[in-house]
Design a binder for this molecule. Structure first.
Ligand SMILES: [Zn+2]
Ligand SMILES: [Zn+2]
Length: 779
C-alpha cells in the first residue's frame, strides 16, 4: 500500500474570467463528484469563483484536469490561483449562495449565441423543444439584453414574465441536468415567449406557424422587421437585385453595406473564403459579424456591399434565426439593424410599428421584453490581425481590466460618431455597447441611458466620480458631459481625441502608468490643440500627456465640412498646395470628376478659390488625404457613410503590387512631417499603372512614412513597441507599411485587440487619461 494515496489535503482555487452566468458552478459540482473531491463552490464578487476542494492528490489532480477539459463552452478562464487551505473534513460537495460575502459586484454577463446542444434540440422532432425559437440553456442565450439588475438571476431579467412550467422546473432543480440545472434563462413552448406575425397595417395575422409564414414572405421578396435578441433586424433576400435596391431606397441607405446571416458554415462557404480561424470565430459563443473576402462566384447581389471586396456574414445566434433561415431557400438573408435613419434600433413592438412602417411589409414579433439595446458586433482581419469595427453583442458589457487602479470612478462620454461611452471603477472599464452617432438626439439619449444603467447597476455614486469627454467644442457628447458636470458638481476633464486613441491601445495592451510610448494615430476627424483638424499623428505619449512628434502635412479643406462629404473638394484642396488654378481645373475636368461636385463647373471655380485662398480650414487627417486619392482615382465621389472613400480605396487595392516611392518625409521645425502632396504628385505621374497598384502603393507608402517617424522617435520611449490606433488603423495596407518600417528596427506594431480602433474604443483611453490626471484636480 502506498502511503501518499491516502493523504488528504485541501486547496482553495480562485478562478477569474467569464465564469458567472454560464453554468460554471453546476459544472464544478459535477466534476467534483466525478473526481471524488469534497468541498464547496461559490461566486465571489467581480468575475471570480472560489472553490474549496478536499481529497487525495489523485482526486484533486483529476479535478483540476477536468476543470480545463470539460468547462462549459462559453466560459473563459483567464486566471487560476491555487492556495493551500486547511482541511475541514467536509462531506459531499455543495454550491454556496453568493450571499453576503459578496464584496464586489459581479459582472453583467454578455449575451451568448445559441449553443450546438440547444440547436440539436430544436432540430429534433422527438424533443420537447422541437422548433422552439427561444430555446436556451446555462451555456447560451440572452443575458445583458434582458437584465434589469445584477446578479444574473431569473427574477432580475425579463424572463421573470415567464414562470417555469413543471417540466422546466424539474430540469432547473435536477443536479444531474448539466445544461439546465440552475440555468436562469430556460423555457419551453409551454412556458416561454411566443411569436406572432403582423401585417403592414399593424394587424396581427392568424397564423399557426409565424416562422414558416415569415420565411415564405421573405422568399417572395418581402421586407420584414424581425424582433431578435437585442433589438429589431430588417430582413430581406440578398440574392435579388430589385429587393436589395428596394430596401436601400426605403432605408435611405444608398451604399453602406448590409450584413448577411447564413444558416450554417456550408452556406457561408458559398459566399466568402473561410479560414479556420474565421470559422471558429463565426461559431464562437459571441457569434459576431465577420467581414471576409467574397468569392468570385458568390450568389450575393452586388448591391449588398457595393464597391467592396468583402461581405459581412454571421451565423444564426438564436433559435428563431436558425428556424427562419432553414425555411428560406437561399439559406441566407440580409439582416441589417432595424432602425429608422439616424435613430437607434427599435426595441419594442410600438417602436417598430411606427418607426419602421415605411421600410417593412410585415413584422415578426415576440413577447420577451428587451431591456438593453444590443447591436450585432462586427470584426475584420487587418493583415491577419483580428480587429473590432463594432464591439457590442456578445462582448459588451464585459469589462476590461486596467494595469492600474482608479483613484475614483470615471464616466467617459467617448467621441461622437459610432460612439460608445464607459463607466470605470477599481481597475475595470466597462465600455457600453455600441451606441451610434451621438450627434443624433436619440442616440445621445441612448448614451445617457446606458451610462446611467451601468452606474446604477454597479452601485456607483456619480457625485464621487470624475467625468471625461472629448475636446471638440461642438460634440453633443461633450455638451452632455458638461451638463452632468454642472448639475452634479463633478469635475470634467477634456481630452485630446488622438491622445485618447493612443491611451486606448496602450490600456488594451496593459501598458503601465510609468511608461512612455510612441503611438501612431490615423483617422478622419479629431479636434487638434491648434484649432485645425488632426488625424495623421505620431505621438510620444503616456497616460498623463503627449508630445506631438510627427504628422501629415496640413491640407486645406475647401468648404470645410463640405469637403468631408464630397471627396473631390479634398482633392482640389490637396492639389492647390502645389498647383495653379488652371492645372487643378484641367485635372478635375480630364478625370471626369466634375460630377463629384453638386453644382458642377461653378462649384469647381469656387472650390479652387477656397483651396488656393489660404483661409480654408486645414487638416492633416489620414482619412481626408485618402478621400482625395479616392476621388482622384474615381473610386468614390460622394461619401454616404463614415469612411466610405477610404474603405473603397482599400477594396480597390486588392491584389495590387506595391511600387517604389521616394521618401515622403520632411521636417517642419522639430516636427517630422509626411508630405502627402508628394504622394499625390507620384500618383498623378503614374496614372497609367493598374488601379490596384496605385491604391496599394499610396496606402502602403503612407503607412511606411508614419512608421519611419515612429522609428525616429523611439529613443524618447521606454518600450520597443508602437501603439497604433484610430479608425484607419484597420486598413491592411496602411498597417503593413507601418509594420515593415518598424520591423527593420525590431519594434513591435501593436493594434487594439479587445476594443475598436475607431471612436467606439476611445472611452477606454479617456478613462485611463482621466485617472492619470486626477491628482491635479480638486474635489
Ligand atoms: Zn444552449
Ligand atoms: Zn417550460
Amino acid at each position: 500500500m502506498k502511503k501518499a494515496d491516502t493523504t488528504v489535503k485541501a486547496l482553495n482555487i480562485y478562478i477569474s474570467g467569464i465564469v458567472q452566468g454560464v453554468g460554471f458552478r453546476p459544472f464544478i459540482h459535477r466534476i467534483a463528484r466525478k473526481s471524488g473531491v469534497r468541498g464547496t463552490v461559490r461566486n465571489m464578487g467581480g468575475s471570480e469563483v472560489e472553490i474549496h476542494v478536499e481529497g487525495t492528490n489523485e482526486e484533486i489532480n483529476s479535478f483540476l484536469q477536468l476543470l480545463e477539459k470539460e468547462k462549459p463552452p462559453p466560459a473563459i478562464i483567464e486566471e487560476i490561483r491555487l492556495e493551500e487551505s486547511s482541511f475541514l473534513g467536509l462531506e459531499g460537495f455543495s454550491i454556496l449562495k453568493s450571499g453576503k460575502s459578496r464584496v464586489r459586484p459581479s459582472m453583467i454577463p454578455p449575451d451568448i449565441g445559441i449553443c450546438d446542444y440547444c440547436l440539436e434540440e430544436i432540430k429534433d422532432p422527438k424533443d420537447r423543444r422541437f422548433r422552439y425559437a427561444f430555446n436556451s440553456c446555462a451555456w447560451c442565450g440572452p443575458r445583458f439584453s434582458l437584465i434589469e439588475k445584477i446578479p444574473y438571476d431569473r427574477e432580475n431579467t425579463t424572463m421573470r414574465d415567464f414562470p417555469l412550467c413543471d417540466y422546466c422546473k424539474s430540469e432547473y432543480y435536477d443536479e444531474d441536468n448539466l445544461r439546465r440545472f440552475d440555468a436562469q434563462g430556460i423555457c419551453c413552448p409551454l412556458c416561454g415567449p411566443k411569436l406572432w406575425l403582423v401585417n403592414a397595417s399593424g394587424e396581427t395575422l392568424d397564423s399557426q406557424d409565424p416562422i414558416t409564414e415569415a420565411a415564405k414572405l421573405l422568399s417572395e421578396g418581402r421586407i420584414l422587421a424581425i424582433k431578435g435578441l437585442g433589438g429589431f433586424h430588417i430582413a430581406s433576400l440578398a440574392t435579388d437585385d430589385s429587393v436589395v435596391l428596394e430596401l436601400r431606397k426605403r432605408k435611405k441607405r444608398p451604399q453602406k453595406p448590409f450584413a448577411l446571416m447564413a444558416l450554417d458554415i456550408e452556406t457561408v462557404k458559398k459566399i466568402i473564403y473561410l479560414s479556420e480561424e474565421a470559422e471558429s470565430l463565426l461559431k464562437s459563443p459571441q457569434k459576431p459579424i465577420l467581414l471576409l473576402d467574397e468569392r468570385e462566384d458568390s450568389p450575393v447581389s452586388r448591391h449588398v456591399a457595393p464597391g467592396l471586396d468583402k461581405q459581412g456574414v454571421m451565423l444564426p445566434y438564436t433559435g428563431l434565426h436558425y428556424l427562419l433561415l432553414e425555411e428560406v431557400e437561399d439559406g441566407f438573408l440580409i439582416m441589417t439593424s432595424g432602425n429608422p435613419p439616424g435613430k437607434p434600433m427599435c426595441l419594442d413592438e410600438s417602436c417598430a410599428l411606427t418607426e419602421l412602417k415605411d421600410i417593412v411589409d410585415y413584422y415578426l414579433m415576440h413577447n420577451r421584453r428587451i431591456i438593453n439595446r444590443v447591436d450585432d458586433s462586427v470584426l475584420r482581419f487587418t493583415d491577419g490581425n483580428l480587429m473590432f469595427l463594432r464591439r457590442s453583442r456578445g462582448y459588451a458589457p464585459s469589462w476590461i481590466k486596467l494595469p492600474f487602479s482608479l483613484r475614483r470612478p470615471v464616466v467617459a462620454f467617448g467621441a461622437e460618431l459610432q460612439n460608445a461611452g464607459a463607466v470605470a471603477f477599481e481597475d475595470k472599464v466597462i465600455l457600453t455597447q455600441y451606441i451610434g452617432d451621438t450627434d443624433e438626439f436619440e442616440d445621445l439619449q441612448e448614451l445617457e441611458k446606458s451610462l446611467t444603467f451601468f452606474l446604477k447597476t454597479y452601485g456607483i455614486d456619480v457625485r464621487e466620480s470624475i467625468l471625461v469627454a472629448d475636446m471638440h467644442p461642438s460634440y453633443s457628447s461633450v455638451r452632455l458631459a458638461e451638463a452632468w458636470s454642472e448639475e452634479l458638481g463633478v469635475p470634467l476633464i477634456k481630452v485630446q481625441h488622438h491622445h485618447a486613441h493612443a491611451a486606448s491601445v496602450m490600456a488594451d495592451w496593459g501598458v503601465r502608468m510609468e511608461e512612455k510610448v510612441v503611438s501612431i494615430l490615423m483617422d478622419g476627424v479629431g479636434y487638434g490643440l491648434d484649432g485645425s483638424i488632426w488625424g495623421g499623428e505620431v505621438f510620444l505619449a503616456n497616460y498623463s500627456g503627449f508630445e506631438r512628434v510627427g504628422r501629415l502635412k496640413y491640407l486645406p479643406m475647401p468648404g470645410g465640412d463640405l469637403a468631408t462629404k464630397f471627396p473631390v473638394r479634398m482633392l482640389i484642396g490637396a492639389l492647390s498646395v502645389f498647383s495653379k488654378r488652371e492645372e487643378i481645373e484641367k485635372i478635375i475636368v480630364e478625370r471626369g470628376l466634375v460630377r463629384g461636385l453638386k453644382r458642377g463647373m461653378s462649384e469647381l471655380e469656387i472650390a479652387i478659390k477656397q483651396g488656393i485662398g489660404g483661409r480654408a480650414m486645414k487638416t492633416c487627417s489620414v482619412g481626408r488625404f485618402l478621400d482625395a486619392i479616392s476621388a482622384l482615382l474615381g473610386i468614390c465621389l460622394e461619401r454616404t457613410y463614415e469612411g466610405e472613400p477610404a474603405i473603397k480605396l482599400e477594396a480597390s487595392a486588392k491584389g495590387g503590387k506595391i511600387r517604389d516611392v521616394e521618401s515622403i518625409l520632411t521636417k517642419e521645425g522639430d516636427l517630422l512631417v509626411v508630405d502627402t502632396t508628394r504622394l499625390l504628385l507620384w500618383t498623378l505621374e503614374h496614372l497609367d499603372l493598374p488601379l490596384n497598384d496605385l491604391s496599394a502603393t499610396v496606402l502602403y507608402a503612407l503607412g511606411r512614412a508614419l512608421g519611419e517617424i515612429a522609428v525616429q522617435s523611439i529613443s524618447g520611449a521606454t518600450l520597443n513597441e508602437v501603439f497604433i490606433g484610430g479608425g484607419a488603423a484597420v486598413n491592411s495596407y496602411l498597417f503593413k507599411g507601418i509594420k515593415d518600417a518598424l520591423a527593420g528596427e525590431d519594434l513591435a506594431a501593436r493594434l487594439p485587440r479587445r476594443i475598436p480602433a475607431g471612436d467606439g474604443g476611445i472611452a477606454l483611453g479617456q478613462a485611463a487619461i482621466a485617472t492619470a490626471n486626477d491628482v491635479n484636480l480638486e474635489g
